[in-house]
Design a protein around this ligand. Structure first.
Ligand code: 5CA
Length: 440
């Protein structure tokens, strides 16, 4: 992608409305634009990051055996009257009437709709376990939308829903998602700690929130420090190994970790003082086991091996991609801008010409751009004739991991300066060496 033909509306000034660094940087880097309170457009640079986050979320859901579908944003009120949540959900639910005066709503979550799909098709235990998920916009009319897409009214959620014949089966399904979440957040370049959590309007009594520690987080959290060292389950994890997944779950829940709603002061004080962590955090995922809370009122039953009808045991599992993007930035930035973990960076590398139109610069930049693109890397080529200072500031602001800088002098000798965004380390090398390094 050539910057001269891209749409990257960088802001020079710090936007006044942004209270936290991720919101400020997302606005300045031209990633998002507020359209009305708590409702955002994702501009091209932001959309690229969001797509990368979603791709990792999707891969790990699929690896854990979940199956993707897509449900609508608008739902009929009838379904929610069946579960009893239509009245209970209160003002956070955006209620709408269609032209026939039928009550509709913009879905804040999808337990009812997925239960309806399930009961329409699945009649036998032989089709279980089943886990269905989608990545879809949600709407919650939050009283205090703030911090950009961190807490917005319209936001993207990956929500998965599991169905099992028994409670034991459902707890294994829960463990699958627990492990998938550990892997997902690690691949996104952040460390998320699973914490015992309150279940709120979703319900149930077995629930964990996944929290990224950050001073600007809205949750108050308490935990043992040991989480920092726990191993992330590998790519070859066997998701059908019931005992194996239970062992991972037990390891990761062996040390104290709870949000303020579930905090047990006595248990926390039992931890040696030097190992206590009392901090703020961002909730990026939340998983629930709630048994038959929805299958019972909505009549979602299957025939068991005993020939009798059984209500299915369910769980639901949420991740917020549009919250994860700012959460990653909170965890990874410096005074010059964003520092993307490679896995979610909008581009893999940036090629920067210091003199557009200079024969040597154009040639060397072209070689780099073609070489990297042919190796299937995503490259942003700053081919503009902006001042050097502006170019460097933009490159640092948007946080692509590697900058390949070509000036008339280095261009003439077929060389390029390779700058690592994170450390600021610079090294001059031949085009070939740079290509080898990036495509190795
Ligand atoms: N149905 C369940 C799980 S599928 C559910 O709705 N869970 S939730 O309410 O905890 O939301 C799941 C995730 O969505 C949260 O962990 C968070 O990452 C994200 N999320 C929730 N509310 C917002 C919001 N207002 N803005 C951005 N992300 C949000």
């Amino acid at each position: 992608m050539r910057l001269s033909r891209y749409f990257l509306p960088i802001l020079k000034e710090n936007p006044k409305e942004a209270e936290i660094v991720s919101h400020r940087l997302m606005l300045r880097a031209g990633m998002i634009r507020q359209q009305s309170q708590g409702i955002y457009s994702w501009l091209p640079l932001g959309k690229r990051v969001l797509d990368k986050v979603n791709a990792i979320v999707r891969q790990e859901q699929d690896r854990a055996g979940a199956v993707e579908l897509l449900m609508p944003t608008l739902q009929s009120a009838e379904l929610w009257q069946e579960s009893g949540r239509y009245d209970a959900y209160g003002k956070e639910m955006l209620r709408i009437k269609d032209r026939q005066d039928r009550p509709m709503l913009y879905g804040p979550t999808n337990e009812e709709m997925i239960t309806d799909i399930f009961r329409s098709y699945v009649k036998s235990y032989k089709n279980l376990p089943l886990n269905l998920y989608h990545i879809q916009l949600k709407f919650r009319d939050e009283i205090r939308p703030r911090f950009g897409t961190m807490r917005s009214r319209e936001f993207l959620m990956k929500d998965a829903y599991s169905f099992d014949l028994t409670r034991e089966g459902a707890l294994h399904s829960y463990n699958k998602m627990f492990v998938a979440y550990l892997r997902t957040f690690a691949r996104l370049g952040v460390r998320a700690i699973p914490m015992r959590a309150d279940t709120g309007p979703i319900g149930g009594n077995h629930s964990h929130e996944f929290i990224i520690l950050a001073d600007t987080g809205e949750s108050e959290v308490y935990s043992h420090k040991s989480f920092i060292e726990f191993d992330i389950p590998g790519e070859n994890t066997d998701f059908d190994d019931v005992a194996g997944l239970q062992a991972i779950f037990e390891k990761w829940t062996s040390a104290y970790a709870a949000t303020s709603e579930m905090h047990d002061e006595a248990a926390f004080n039992a931890i040696p003082e030097g190992d206590r962590l009392s901090a703020r955090g961002i909730e990026v995922g939340h998983i629930f086991y709630f048994g038959t809370k929805y299958s019972e009122p909505m009549g979602a039953k299957v025939q068991g091996p005993d020939g009798k009808e059984h209500l299915v045991h369910m769980g639901s599992y949420g991740i917020g991609p549009t919250r994860l993007v700012p959460a990653i930035i909170e965890a990874s930035h410096d005074e010059n801008g964003i520092i993307w973990p490679a896995s979610v960076s909008p581009f893999d590398a940036m090629v920067i010409t210091m003199k557009a139109g200079d024969e040597a610069c154009d040639r060397v930049c072209g070689q780099l751009y073609d070489g990297l693109t042919n190796a299937r890397l995503d490259v942003l080529y700053d081919d503009t004739d902006d001042r050097a200072g502006t170019k460097f500031a933009t490159a640092d602001l948007i946080g692509v991991p590697v900058q390949l800088i070509v000036g008339p002098r280095s261009g003439a000798t077929g060389e390029v300066e390779v700058k690592e965004r994170k450390t600021g380390a610079r090294e001059t090398m031949t085009v070939e060496a740079a290509l080898n390094r990036l495509t190795a």
